[in-house]
Design a protein around this ligand. Sequence first.
Ligand code: WA2
Length: 269
Amino acid sequence: FSSEHYKHYEDTLVNMCDERARMLQHQFAVSMNHVHALAILVSTFHLGKYLSAIDQKTFAIYTARTVFERPLMTGVAYAQRVLHAERAAFESEQGWVIKTMHSKEPSPVQDEYAPTVLFQETLRHLASLDMMSGEEDRENILRARMTGKGVLTSPFKLLESNHLGVVLTFAVYNKDLPPDATSDERKNAAAGYLGGAFDFESLVQNLLEQLAKKEAIIVNVYDITNSTRPLVMYGPDDLSDVTSSHVSSLDFGDPYRKHEMRCRLARKP
Ligand code: WA2
């Protein structure tokens, strides 16, 4: 092939990949901002008022009416922080017991729990489950309340859907914290956790497929936090044939995690 032909092939790949990466990153940022705003909504109208203005019905209606704000997410939910000393009173007030994520059986004794108390209808299966009983969710909760920032998990199979995705978590505090609050102050002030899941296997897939020329390009998204062990978040699970691929950078807004997009053309020039 002529070098001109090859140059054209390279340019096409670079443009297509960069466009997809920009689009995905933008929709991710939009969704993340809205979950942040929801965390503030819960803090203001659920915790900030002596009589909460948000019950399950209000939360379900509001989150359903604002789904367009979170195009890549399967749903959002709020898990309340419950210390073991508060458990019995909490359970009798709710009329149900705290259960674990995988067995759905009553939770064994823990120092503290994070049962889901408010949920978008699409995440009804999380109701009353202790979100600290899942390894990925638990790590997210601890890091979210320590940093006060939105945090992401590594890719894993989401509950119920079994789709590959990542969970986003924001801590909700029971008082205003200064930006320089210590991680101990943050831990003590944590009242709950607002979060949800990005479904890469179906929602991100839809987004990327909507773009034209879908047959021509193969897209992968990786979690490259551990650079020696990239984790596939999206796309075919083979790292072979990376010779002709283009890498576009991706920033999903959690500095603790690193991501990238890799694209190659299905049909070689
Ligand atoms: N949301 C949706 N699907 C999941 C999931 C999750 N976590 N975990 C496993 N599958 C309520 O951090 C608080 C959402 C977790 C928030």
